[in-house]
Design a protein around this ligand. Structure first.
Ligand code: PEP
Ligand code: MN
Length: 356
């Protein structure tokens, strides 16, 4: 249930209203906008039926939230959430955010070289896997802690904040100490122990949609992280498993506008894992922006044919630069913008979480 307050509600009235709801055993979540404030109530709503809510001073209206996700639902907040990554990157604003880098961190020179190239091309966040969720136990599993150290060095050298996947609850603190954003991979979307652990860290989370996860299940996974205290969640559509075998997965373009309708959280798209083919990355990326995505996460490798993981879908530097050159036109068509360095200005203006 959400309670919309009157524009002239006083702080004392707001406190009193929250106390009444909390005394009934529910949690409250406050979202303050310029013109109105929303109090989201979580818990046994039948207890609220016993309260004369509409007659408590400052209340304008009371509305049920029928969806199973509450904190993640669009109704619960006044503004869309902006997620800040590191000092300078923002996801969810007018600017399209670009995350790029190799599938896996393979060695020092390749991550440095890739970071420098993607930054020059306009990416604002570096990706690079340290712990890899491979389908085969015999495939390269990532450099683990050594890769985390290389990511820290690369950030110091290039200024790009880094996102990397955490696979195991036991590694959450370690990864959070090194990375600016923690990725939950598709295979872990419903690993509730991991999601709960990520709720306790002070780092934004990039939550990927599971191979067979529905949109509602993705939102419930975001709700897990949020219910445990971390509201800095970015959702990622990365293709789902369908009967179609011509592509690695099927990019669910409809998920983008549906998610934007259902939630205030930013939504980005991974065209690399969706298509599984370097030749498909650019068209899928453009489709994602046209459909309203807040950003992209793209695999880039100095020499894809030598990549230790996901070489087939990785772009080389020239292909990435060519893709980036076309993004501004798609961004403008979607009433967004993309000017590689303007993110800095947006980041400076942004002084805190939009969701109280
Ligand atoms: C990745 O980002 O390299 C990855 C393994 O992605 P996903 O979890 O979407 O398969
Ligand atoms: Mn990959």
């Amino acid at each position: 249930m959400i309670i919309i307050t009157r524009p002239d509600i006083t702080d004392d009235e707001l406190d009193h209203l929250r106390e009444r709801i909390e005394a009934a055993g529910l949690h409250t979540h406050l979202s303050r906008g310029e013109h109105r404030t929303i109090i989201g109530c979580i818990g046994d709503e039948t207890k609220l039926m016993e309260l004369p809510l509409r007659s408590i001073p400052g209340v304008e209206s009371v509305m049920p939230v029928l969806k199973p996700y509450k904190l993640a639902s669009r109704e619960f907040t006044v503004n869309r959430t902006l997620v800040r990554v590191g000092a300078n990157a923002v996801i969810g604003g007018k600017e399209i955010a670009i995350i790029a880098g190799p599938c896996s961190v393979e060695n020092r020179s390749m991550i440095m070289e890739t970071a420098t190239a993607v930054r020059r091309a306009g990416a604002s966040i570096l990706r690079g896997g340290a712990f890899k969720p491979r389908s085969s136990p015999y495939s390269f599993q990532g450099l683990g802690k050594e890769a985390l150290k290389l990511l820290v060095e690369t950030r110091a050298e290039t200024g790009l904040p880094v996102v990397t996947e955490v696979l195991d609850t036991r590694d959450v603190d370690l990864v959070a100490e090194h990375a600016d954003m923690l990725q939950v991979g598709a295979r872990n979307m419903q690993n509730y122990a991991l999601l709960a652990e990520l709720g306790r860290v002070q780092r934004p989370v990039l939550l990927k949609r599971g191979l067979s996860g529905t949109i509602s299940e993705l939102l419930m996974s975001a709700e897990y992280i949020m219910a445990h205290g971390n509201h800095q969640v970015v959702l990622c559509e990365r293709g789902i498993r369908t009967y179609e075998r011509a592509t690695r997965n099927t990019l669910d373009v409809s998920a983008i506008p549906v998610l934007k309708r259902e939630t205030h959280l930013p939504v980005i798209v991974d065209p690399s894992h969706a298509g599984g083919d370097a030749a498909l990355v650019a068209p899928l990326a453009f489709a994602a922006i046209a459909a309203g995505a807040d950003g992209l996460i793209i695999e880039v490798h100095p020499k894809p044919e030598n990549a230790l993981s996901d070489g087939d879908q990785s772009l080389d530097f020239n292909a990435f630069i060519a893709l980036m050159a076309r993004i501004p036109a798609f961004a403008v068509a979607a009433e967004r913008s993309f000017a590689p360095h303007s993110q800095l200005a947006e980041a400076r203006e942004f002084t805190g979480a939009a969701v109280a």
